[in-house]
Ligand binder design. Structure first.
Ligand code: GDP
Length: 193
């Protein structure tokens, strides 16, 4: 099945060996103001940063591609920040990262709807694409209006991973990045079998 083959970048390392690095498409979604740009900025400073410099084989948006070394294997994630419009994403995403702010109930409602819509679309395409639900701004403890329990219930309902992050103080952002890649790899492995 052609559309399950990941895009790869072929690289020659110092020993002259040719290596293929997969490039995954990650949709970063959520209401404007929830912290998506701030998360991308933190992704670029990740401690999981890969070895190879980005080269030119993917033309668009090189800035939004992060290279990650996880479990001894390098991968790239091309992060697309597309706010709340699911129609804008074709079903090419390898994962959906849906961000809400724990200080904004509306953003949580929108995140829940996005997860619901993705799962409905999964039924049509016969896929089960990983969704990571992200409660950002976890540093704003006293302004919290979305409880962790409510988020857990939504995550359970739509089979999402859940993580609460703070892009501001860089808390759990690395976990989010590595966790997303893990989910993509697990999903890919399940498809191959
Ligand atoms: P986007 O519209 O979803 O891309 O959101 P931005 O990344 O532009 O962030 C919107 C606002 O929220 C900015 O003023 C950020 O500084 C702030 N912000 C983003 N993440 C956090 C966070 O984790 N904690 C706090 N306190 N503020 C944040």
């Amino acid at each position: 099945n052609e559309d399950q083959t990941p895009v790869v970048e072929t690289i020659e390392n110092e020993d002259g060996q040719v290596q293929e690095i997969p490039i995954y498409q990650v949709y970063l979604m959520g209401l404007s103001g929830t912290g998506k740009c701030s998360l991308i900025r933190q992704f670029k400073t990740t401690e999981y940063r890969g070895i190879y410099e980005y080269s030119s084989s993917v033309e668009d948006d090189p800035d939004n591609t992060v290279s990650i070394m996880l479990d001894g294997e390098e991968s790239r994630m091309h992060i697309m920040n597309i706010d709340v419009d699911l129609v804008k994403c074709s079903d090419e995403g390898d994962a959906y990262v849906i961000v809400y702010s724990i200080t904004d109930r509306q953003s949580f409602q929108i995140a829940s709807n996005l997860a619901k819509n993705i799962r409905e679309r999964d039924k049509d395409t016969d896929k089960h694409i990983p969704i990571i639900l992200v409660g950002n701004k976890s540093d704003l403890v006293r302004k919290r209006v979305v409880s962790k329990e409510a988020a857990r219930q939504t995550a359970f309902k739509y089979d999402c991973k859940l993580v609460e992050t703070s892009a501001a103080i860089n808390d759990k952002v690395d976990d989010l990045l590595a966790g997303t890649l893990k989910q993509i790899r697990i999903n890919e492995y399940n498809h191959e079998r």
